[in-house]
Design a protein around this ligand. Structure first.
Ligand SMILES: Nc1ncnc2c1ncn2[C@@H]1O[C@H](COP(=O)(O)OP(=O)(O)OP(=O)(O)O)[C@@H](O)[C@H]1O
Ligand SMILES: [Mg+2]
Ligand SMILES: [Zn+2]
Length: 151
């Protein structure tokens, strides 16, 4: 039997298989504050098939742009994006951690030129994808606590 914990949505996006504990970060990334104008459902600590836990975010009448998808990949590389059309999953894909990251994360090194009020946009090379570890192209500092540094 199919179990529904929230009302199905007609059109929109389901971000599934979010790493447990990251749902609120995902909401921040997609710009959901208190003043939404469409239905948003947030499920935290949902059983996942691989005997672990996950979070899910469902948002009506909204699709995600490439920058939002890159950010979600960095904090939750196994997240799946399900585009819902007329109540059905019309498209499904796994987010992809990019090879290079520009402008969406700040460097964790306070002494880095990108943190010195210079007009230098932070930029990183992705050294490992799972879990994501990023090396700053300016100071070589590795950043692994990505959720804390995402902008
Ligand atoms: N109309 C809808 N409204 C809200 N959520 C939906 C709707 N249709 C599907 N979903 C949700 O979207 C996600 C993907 O749906 P799908 O039917 O592909 O499940 P699945 O087969 O378990 O997929 P996966 O293998 O990616 O886990 C699930 O979390 C499901 O609950
Ligand atoms: Mg599933
Ligand atoms: Zn740096």
């Amino acid at each position: 039997m199919k179990e529904f914990k929230v009302t199905p949505i007609r059109n929109g996006t389901v971000i599934d298989h979010i790493e447990m504990g990251m749902a609120l970060k995902v909401l921040r990334i997609i710009g959901v504050r208190g003043d939404v104008s469409s239905t948003v459902s947030v499920l935290m600590h949902v059983p996942s098939k691989k005997n672990s836990w996950k979070d899910i975010v469902k948002i009506e009448d909204r699709e995600l742009d490439p920058k939002e998808l890159d950010k979600i990949a960095l904090i939750s590389p196994d997240a799946t994006i399900n585009i819902i059309r007329d109540y059905n999953v019309a498209e499904k894909f796994v987010v992809e951690v990019p090879e290079r990251v520009k402008g969406i994360m700040s460097c964790s090194n306070p002494g880095c030129i990108t943190n010195k009020n210079e007009p230098v946009e932070p930029e990183f090379v992705v050294e490992t994808k799972k879990p994501p570890a990023l090396r700053c192209v300016y100071c070589d500092r590795m950043t692994t606590d990505i959720a804390e540094n995402i902008v």
